[in-house]
Design a protein around this ligand. Structure first.
Ligand code: IMP
Ligand code: MG
Length: 183
């Protein structure tokens, strides 16, 4: 790849654009089946879930609505702070709705466990989670995830919505960053 091209900053590509699309097609079929006769609301977590939301929803064939939340997570570093704050709340009243939270990645699960207890208190008819990527540490926290794209090693990855210091979200593949980027 050309130097100066953002993908040249990756040391290791874990998933190509095609890997992601193929897996999303499988998940979309299951999600279609689960919500076939239900009024489904997809809730995306900004900014990382933008790509997953766009591609998952278009791989689905049932009707759905979409809404967005923004919560603080990492800042610009690579360590989970555990500090969670709602920066933008839903526009929709979810009480009595079937809600599927769409996430980019679950690392410690701290962000999501906060989000889920917050959403549950609004009494949706059902509340499930779909995440594109999940790291091993997530298993230590009691976050019940119904659909996982890929379980990945405990490494910091970028691309497909995932950022490092706000960048690399527009990379279509997912991989680890070369050390020169951090220095
Ligand atoms: P958690 O609270 O530790 O589960 O962190 C969740 C959030 O941290 C995700 O929604 C991402 O925004 C961010 N995050 C976790 N791991 C990564 C990664 O490997 N690359 C980019 N962002 C990550
Ligand atoms: Mg996120």
């Amino acid at each position: 790849m050309d130097s100066g091209h953002i993908s040249s900053d990756l040391t290791n590509v874990l998933f190509t654009k095609e890997d992601v699309a193929n897996r999303l097609a499988e998940l979309a079929t299951e999600i279609d089946e689960t919500y076939r006769d239900k009024d489904l609301l997809l809730v995306g977590v900004l900014n990382g879930a933008v790509m997953v939301m766009a591609d998952l929803s278009r791989a689905m064939s049932i009707h759905c609505s979409m809404d967005w939340m923004a919560i603080s997570s990492y800042g610009s570093g690579t360590q989970s702070s555990g500090v969670v704050r709602i920066l933008k709340d839903l526009n929709t009243d979810i009480s009595g709705r079937h809600v599927l939270v769409v996430e980019d990645i679950i690392d410690t699960g701290l962000t999501l466990s906060y989000l889920i207890s917050n959403l549950r208190s609004r009494e949706p008819a059902s509340l499930e989670i779909m995440t594109m990527f999940r790291k091993p540490e997530a298993a230590e926290n009691a976050v019940d995830v119904k659909w996982v794209g890929f379980d990945i090693p405990n490494e910091f990855v970028v691309g497909y919505g995932l950022d490092y210091a706000g960048k690399y979200r527009n990379l279509t593949s997912v991989g680890t960053l070369s050390p020169h980027v951090y220095s």
